[in-house]
Design a protein around this ligand. Structure first.
Ligand SMILES: Cc1ncc(COP(=O)(O)O)c(C=O)c1O
Length: 282
């Protein structure tokens, strides 16, 4: 995704992006590759506050140097959804910073109760990423979707690019349509998935598309959420078991260590959280 945003010259080497941390590792690894060379600002969730972001951390998004904010919600590894209050706060910041692009990776959203995506609150600024791999147990199948609002910031930013940059992009897409400048960001992603040249075969393969339709139809028709509720029960009972095991281990560690340091007592709650996270988050 970083590559795609870069390809459209919306961000360039040396620009700054923000990451909601802790975060799924590719979001940490990719921006610092020498292909991209981005500066990264971390917004750190607070373990003591159930992995939520403080207002002070979210305020880092007010810095106009930050071009894109990448968020995994619910988070991986902590497996905690961002609070409604924080989502509202980000939305308020976006009103002040209408140029801020948001990317929300909601692959775990289907496991959370009453989940609300940042995409629902700030649709024009947000790129939504979803994978079928978690909810449908289809890891490795590479089935996912990306969504943008019809009237979105990315298309606006593309339209406002300097003339020379537009020329480069015009040339890139001129083989697939007569007015390539009008090609929407989302359609550029599709074209880029087959390096533009094979646009007629771009995007997921036909079997992948059929499988995604079947999963989606199942999800729409499956009432009253029996599958979803069974999954939630399974995940949460596994998490609870891990939490208990981990708390037990930590208690033992704490007892051993407490002769040397008092600070190790924090580990009971933190590692219980981590165990819950790793059982649901990966
Ligand atoms: C937050 C997050 N996003 C994306 C993915 C990738 O999903 P896929 O299996 O579709 O590659 C994962 C997989 O672990 C993930 O945890």
């Amino acid at each position: 995704m970083v590559a795609v945003v870069l390809l459209h010259h919306l961000i360039k080497a040396g620009d700054t992006i923000a990451l909601g941390c802790p975060i799924f590792t590719p979001y940490i690894e990719i921006p610092t590759l020498n292909d991209y060379e981005l500066n990264v600002v971390n917004l750190d969730a607070d373990v003591e506050n159930n992995w939520q972001y403080s207002k002070a951390e979210l305020d880092k998004l007010r810095d106009p140097k930050v071009k894109v904010f990448f968020l995994v919600n619910p988070s991986n590894p902590p497996s905690v959804k961002i609070s409604d209050e924080s989502l509202e706060y980000v939305t308020e910041i976006v009103k002040e910073r209408p140029d801020l692009v948001l990317l929300t990776d909601d692959v775990y959203g289907t496991f959370a109760d009453d989940f609300v995506s940042l995409f629902a609150l700030a649709p024009k600024n947000t790129i939504l990423v979803y994978s079928y791999s978690k909810y449908f147990g289809a890891t490795g199948w590479r089935l996912g979707t990306i969504a943008t609002h019809k009237d979105n910031l990315l298309d606006k930013l593309i339209a406002e690019l300097p003339k020379d940059t537009k020329k480069i992009l015009h040339k890139r897409y001129e083989s697939i349509m007569t007015e390539p400048d009008k090609l929407k960001f989302i359609d550029r992603l599709v074209a880029d998935s087959r390096t533009v040249a094979l646009d007629h075969t771009a995007g997921p393969s036909a079997p992948q598309q059929v499988q995604m339709v079947l999963f989606s139809l199942f999800s729409l028709m499956e009432t009253p959420d029996a599958y979803k509720n069974a999954l939630k029960r399974l995940i949460r009972s596994a998490s609870a078991r891990c939490s208990r095991k981990s708390a037990w281990r930590s208690t033992r560690r704490t007892r051993t260590r407490s002769t040397t340091t008092r600070s190790s007592t924090w580990s009971i709650s933190a590692s219980a959280h981590m165990a819950a996270s790793s059982s649901t988050g990966c």
